[in-house]
Every structure is written in structure tokens, then in C-alpha cells.
Design a protein around this ligand. Sequence first.
Ligand SMILES: Nc1ncnc2c1ncn2[C@@H]1O[C@H](COP(=O)(O)OP(=O)(O)OP(=O)(O)O)[C@@H](O)[C@H]1O
Ligand SMILES: [Mg+2]
Length: 165
Amino acid sequence: MSARSLCVAAEKVGRVKAALKRCAFASQQALATESGFSLSTVKSFLNGRPVDRLNFIELCEKLGLDWQAVVAIETEEGAADAVNWEESPFIVGSPITKPRQFFGRERELRRLFALIKRLPLQNAAIIGPRRAGKTSLLYYLMKICTTPEEELRPGQKRDWLPNPE
Ligand SMILES: Nc1ncnc2c1ncn2[C@@H]1O[C@H](COP(=O)(O)OP(=O)(O)OP(=O)(O)O)[C@@H](O)[C@H]1O
Ligand SMILES: [Mg+2]
């Protein structure tokens, strides 16, 4: 397996190609000559295919681009897509902080909101095994009623409280 390589995020390819023109490189070959890289490296770079990490950074500099703004996730050869981890449906390890990524727990939510809705206010204790989802549940309670509908999954219930704010 080769050393770590980087590639331009698919949706940034246009921006990188525009930078080639903006920097007055007449052709891909001109950039290759100027940077001392092979034409095939330059072509790979400009078309979003993986190139060696250091070459990637240097080519970005030659084009006046911030490499971190155009890079796709790091890859060991092969295809790679830009991943916006904030929006990714796959969360590993950390608690869920965005309501749209939270699933289940209807029974607990019904009980807790029933308590919160009523006066006098009562305390509730969230007790569960390690990694059962206690912190995620608390984030959900805090956010679900005031998160705009377009940031939720279709049909996700948010009208738990009459005056959530
Ligand atoms: N309702 C849920 N829907 C989807 N994923 C969840 C949900 N609740 C928890 N998870 C996932 O389970 C894992 C553990 O969640 P969380 O950190 O909230 O648990 P915890 O009980 O607070 O853990 P700890 O005991 O370590 O404090 C996290 O990776 C989280 O993303
Ligand atoms: Mg926790």
C-alpha cells in the first residue's frame, strides 16, 4: 500500500480547475513543468484522483488554494468522496447531539416530557449501563422541541411541549 495520499473533493474539482486558469497556467502541462511534477500527477490532481500528500499540498500552493478547503477525506488509493462528518448518519463513539441522528427511546421521552410539562416540576434521574445512550438522550431533550423542522427527519415528533422556548 502506498503512503497516504489526498485528493480533491468531487464538488471542488471545478474550483481547482478555475484556479489553474486564474493563475494563468496555459495548460496542465504548464503547471507540470512549473511544479516539476509529471503530467499524470497533475492530471490526477486536477481530476480528483489521489496524489501523494506532499505533492497535493504543493500543487494547491502553486494554484493559490488553501489545500484544506479543497481536500476530500484522506484515502489510501482508490475512490474517495468528500464526507461532511457533521452531517454523516454514522456516528461512532461520541454522543448524538443532532436530533435527526437520534432514534428510538419513545417510552423514555414520553415519560420525561410528561414530567417536564407539569407543575410542580419534578426531577428525573437517567440511569443506565455505560454507553446505553444517556448523554444522547439528554441532548435530545434539550434540543428536539426547538430544532427547525427542516433539520429533522420527516415525521420526527417535535411538538412535545406547548411553549418549548
Ligand atoms: N438514540 C440513539 N440513536 C442512535 N444512536 C445512539 C442513541 N443513543 C446513543 N447512541 C449512540 O450510542 C453511543 C453511546 O451513546 P452515549 O454517549 O449517549 O451513551 P452514554 O450512556 O452517555 O455513555 P457513557 O456511559 O459512556 O457516558 C454513541 O456512539 C451514540 O452515538
Ligand atoms: Mg455519557
